[in-house]
Design a protein around this ligand. Sequence first.
Ligand code: THU
Length: 136
Amino acid sequence: MTPEKLIDLAKEAMLRAYAPYSGYKVGAALLCADGTVYQGCNIENAAYGPTNCAERTAIFKAVYDGHRDFTAMAVCGGKDGNITGGFPPCGVCRQVLREFCEDGFTLYLVGADNTYETVTLAQLLPFSFQAEKHMR
Ligand code: THU
């Protein structure tokens, strides 16, 4: 799976966004170690707080289906689905990724004009709380 293909799947997922309140449509494509890809979109709520981000939609779908070993994720987003720059995962999504992913887990953050930035989970969430390190 190339980064470009995973990015295309994130863009496809963005079309499913339910974002009537913010207008920001977000898509994610999560690559499992066995090659399976799970797509997710943001799902907003009139009460705002229950809103689920695209990244967590993808992760929760995958975990429900029995996947816990993840390799990479592509994320894209923008107002009305127009990608004008990177749309990095929020803090909550970073912590949810931390639960299942290693430091080297790779994220492709899609920018304007088919560009993308590559970052690792360790870069996005340094000095993080991890069950295996801190809950002994
Ligand atoms: N959003 C995501 O889907 N992923 C993120 O990591 C950042 C924010 C969504 C939530 C909300 O529906 C919209 O973007 C604006 O915050």
